[in-house]
Design a protein around this ligand. Structure first.
Ligand SMILES: [Zn+2]
Ligand SMILES: [Zn+2]
Length: 656
């Protein structure tokens, strides 16, 4: 292990942190300068750790012993600090003046705010503290899709509050590649980050389109970095290393720091025939391994999968055979991830070989085609047609191949609309074929099956990767991971990009290769020293729902109300009162999503509510707020136990 100029392990005074989680106060005392208390309290509502949903509870027993006892090393000094912290939390105010916090020691910290312990929303932070000054670097800023457990939301992004409060010291955001789970949140969150962005030409081309849609293009300092090059962001000495993945120009990032070199892998796989773009640069990786790497921090997605990855070249061959075999047989449509440039090229070349013209259907495909061609990709396949081209009308069914969006069963996608006969211009039927050149992202199974079922009902032949080789994953399998560790020979491994099963599986492979493994999850603050990696603190993390351009906390009022209405409906009551607070006329009740207006239960609730507000004491009738609160309680009581539901309840009081 060669870690030059390695300083002694960092010893930091931090609060032991008990009690702070549930109240969301004082995030990351160790990793950042304390922000003003008022600012720190702000994100608590949106999600201290206690508000995280579906997270394993802390102390539930992690499989990596190193991470399981993170907060005990400060000894008695820390205990005193911890007690101070607790007393401050109880009192809700800052500790007594005169006790200046100890100056912070230099160090390197890793803080994932999204993507570790979950799928999607990759948002990683590094903090290189030099001369007592924090220097934050973000790597990737992606979105996630809401699963079946949160149907009230669709697209999610990580809550950036923690780093937004420290954006003065945020030196930049590095994008490893242009997949949505790495780049998709940038346009949503940049206004809170306002930092320069570093990306390869293709990722920059994709990002520019997103920023343009968000009307941010002119504002964002976007630096284009060539794949495989070395560059600096603030005090960070960074190097891109090309990796094969299911998108072009995927890069891992080597961070050379005073503590040692970190290899942040990004998404990657071993692929001897990536078809478009270079293979994973193992020569470079081996050299880096020889220089000495302190830790590998990276992709766990396919760590559970045995064996080696299937190459993109094998998929190209199989798709070509398949499409050639459909020669003369009606229309062929292929659905795949729009960003997989190599796959799009494979499909286009197969179409060419089978004498079919290519038409792309769906906005994301048109955008990605434009970005790819702008960067010199797809150069040897002719420009694709779109539905708008007049020429399309004159092309026979058996001379047409469509590349189409909707491989995940997305409701508004072209393929879903075609499948349920609601597309404006395209319909499929007997003799046509739809090929799924994709996998189903967990959570989308039901939606995908529904689309496939609708297609089959219309007489369409549906071919998926279950019947034929039509897809390969872009993520490293167990054999791939073993190969990487054999070259890098890191001292430590920190699995990210996956749920706990995936993280644990990569951890096992890393241990096999002789690395010490630290398992952590979003919000953990990992102190990285040449000798030891240790979780020393946690910071608040949360998810925000993207709701027609707004960002709403998943645990906040609007989304919580929506969830409640979704399952329990709502009951709204309105009534008018005169100046003295006497009820005029009859109160009205409506219960959308719960009861029909004609339902006798609605009448019963209305009568009970009318009686209950009559009984509200006079002293509460003068003040609108007090009156409304009392009426709301009365309404809840009127609903009674018969309904067995707890609907959203609201009351409108009109003083006339
Ligand atoms: Zn990813
Ligand atoms: Zn990816």
């Amino acid at each position: 292990m060669t870690t030059q100029n390695a300083p002694a392990p960092v010893q930091i005074n931090i609060p032991a942190h008990q009690g702070a989680d549930s109240q969301g106060t004082a995030p990351a005392a160790s990793a950042a300068p304390a922000a003003p208390q008022a600012e720190q309290a702000a994100p608590a509502k949106q999600g201290g750790r206690a508000e995280r949903e579906g997270r394993p509870a802390r102390g539930r027993g992690r499989s990596a012993p190193r991470a399981s006892a993170p907060r005990s090393r400060q000894g008695s000094g820390a205990k005193a600090q911890g007690e101070r912290q607790e007393s401050r939390n109880r009192a809700g105010q800052a500790p007594a003046r005169g006790r200046k916090p100890a100056p912070k020691k230099d160090g390197l910290f890793f803080v994932p705010l999204g993507g570790t312990g979950e799928i999607g929303m990759n948002f990683n932070l590094y903090n290189l503290r030099k001369d007592g000054k924090d220097n934050w670097l973000a790597i990737d800023c992606g979105l996630g899709f809401s699963g079946n457990d949160t149907p009230e939301a669709d697209v999610l992004v990580p809550d950036p509050t923690f780093i937004a409060q420290r954006r003065k010291n945020l030196r930049g955001l590095v994008i490893t590649h242009a997949h949505e789970d790495h780049i998709g949140a940038v346009a949503h969150l940049w206004p809170q980050l306002k930092c320069p962005i570093y990306a390869t030409p293709f990722a920059a081309a994709v990002l520019r389109r997103k920023l343009e849609e968000a009307r941010l293009l002119g504002e964002v300092p976007l630096h284009v970095i060539q794949p495989g090059s070395r560059f600096e962001v603030g005090p960070f000495d960074l190097e891109f290393i090309p990796m094969a993945h299911s998108i072009v120009e995927a890069q891992s990032v080597a961070l050379r720091t005073p503590q040692g070199t970190i290899l942040h892998t990004g998404d990657w796989k071993v692929d001897s025939e990536p078809m478009v773009g270079p293979r994973t640069d193992f020569e470079r990786l081996a050299k880096l391994g020889d220089e000495g790497v302190l830790a590998v921090i990276g992709d766990s997605t396919n760590a559970l999968k045995e064996g080696s990855s299937v190459t993109e070249g094998a998929v190209r061959k199989s798709l070509t055979d398949l499409i050639m075999g459909l020669k003369g047989k009606g229309r062929v449509a292929v659905t795949c991830f729009a960003s997989n440039v190599a796959r799009i090229e494979s499909i286009a070349k197969a179409a060419q070989a089978a004498g079919r013209k290519v038409m792309v259907v769906g906005r994301s495909l048109r955008n990605l085609e434009a970005a790819a061609r702008e960067c010199g990709y797809l150069a040897d396949v002719p420009p694709f047609l779109t539905e708008m081209d007049a020429e399309v009308k004159n092309i026979n069914d058996n001379q047409m191949l469509m590349i189409i969006t909707g491989s995940q069963g997305e409701e508004r996608s072209a393929l879903s609309r075609i499948a349920n006969d609601s597309h404006n211009t395209i319909n499929f039927g007997e003799g046509d074929t739809v090929i799924y050149s994709s996998r189903v992202i967990p959570g989308n199974e039901r939606a995908v099956v529904t689309v496939q079922d609708n297609l089959t009902r219309n007489g369409v032949q549906v071919i998926t990767d279950r019947e034929t080789l039509t897809h390969t994953s872009g993520h490293a399998t167990s054999e791939d991971i073993r190969h990487l560790y054999s070259l890098i020979k890191p001292k430590f491994s920190v699995p990210t990009h996956g749920e706990w099963r995936h993280l644990t599986a990569q951890g096992a492979l890393a241990r096999e290769a002789g690395a010490d493994v630290v398992l952590l999850e979003d919000g953990d603050v990992l102190d990285i020293t040449p000798d030891k990696l240790e979780v020393v603190d946690t910071v608040p993390v949360a998810k925000l729902a993207v709701d027609d351009g707004r960002l709403l906390p998943m645990t906040g009022g609007v989304m919580a109300d929506r969830r409640r209405m979704l399952y329990n409906g709502a009951v709204l009551a309105s009534f008018a009162v005169d100046n003295e607070g006497y009820v005029i006329g009859e109160p009205r009740i409506s219960a959308p999503g719960l009861l029909d207006p004609e339902d006798s239960e609605t009448q019963r609730i209305q009568a009970d509510f009318a009686r209950a507000i009559d009984e509200i004491p006079d002293e509460l009738r003068e003040d609108n707020v007090a009156f409304r609160d009392a009426a709301r309680t009365a309404l809840r009581r009127a609903l009674g136990r018969k309904l067995q539901k707890r609907p959203l309840v609201d009351v409108h009081l009109l003083r006339v």
